[in-house]
Design a protein around this ligand. Structure first.
Ligand SMILES: [Zn+2]
Length: 63
C-alpha cells in the first residue's frame, strides 16, 4: 500500500505542484518524505514535520 507520509488523503488529492500543477505522489526518503511531481517538471517537495512545503524555491529539482 502506498504511503501517505502521515498526510491526510483528502489533502493529497487536492494539492498540486505549484510549478506545473501536476499531481504529487508521496515518497518516503531517508529524511522523512517528499512529494514528487508527476507532471512535466518532476520537482520533489519536502514534507517537514508532517507539513508539505509546496515552494518551488524549496523543491529538489531533477538532475
Ligand atoms: Zn510539477
Amino acid at each position: 500500500m502506498a504511503t501517505t507520509l502521515g498526510l491526510d488523503e483528502k489533502l493529497l488529492e487536492i494539492i498540486v505542484c505549484p510549478q506545473c500543477h501536476g499531481a504529487l505522489s508521496p515518497v518516503e526518503t531517508a529524511d522523512g518524505g517528499e512529494l514528487v511531481c508527476q507532471g512535466s517538471c518532476g520537482y520533489a517537495y519536502p514534507v517537514r514535520d508532517g507539513i508539505p512545503v509546496l515552494l518551488v524555491d524549496e523543491a529538489r529539482k531533477p538532475a
